[in-house]
Design a protein. Structure first.
Length: 94
């Protein structure tokens, strides 16, 4: 009997978030970015967020790794110019 109660309790805990989300389906809340005082690229980015969350997410997913590659390459170049050699695994202790 205890096992059955634990099983029912576990299933209830598992499905509780679904029930709570289903209860909030009647509220209509709109999430938008305030773009009234923005200009240029920031205004475009905010309007893209307001118009289509899909295109905003797609562009974000493309921009974040691309900027990581660009900044990583730039950091590697700067460190090689300073004298830090990341391509060699030799320890240069005197």
């Amino acid at each position: 009997m205890r096992r059955i109660r634990k099983l029912i309790h576990g299933i209830g805990v598992l499905f509780a978030p679904v029930c709570l989300l289903a209860a909030e389906a009647n509220t209509s809340m709109v999430v938008v970015a305030d773009s009234r005082h923005l200009t240029g690229l920031r205004a475009w980015w905010a309007n893209l967020y307001n118009d289509s969350h899909f295109y905003f997410a797609l562009l974000t997913v493309l921009i974040v790794p691309l900027s990581g590659v660009i900044l990583g390459t730039l950091a590697d170049y700067v460190m090689s110019r300073v004298g830090i050699d990341l391509k060699s695994r030799k320890l240069r202790e005197g």
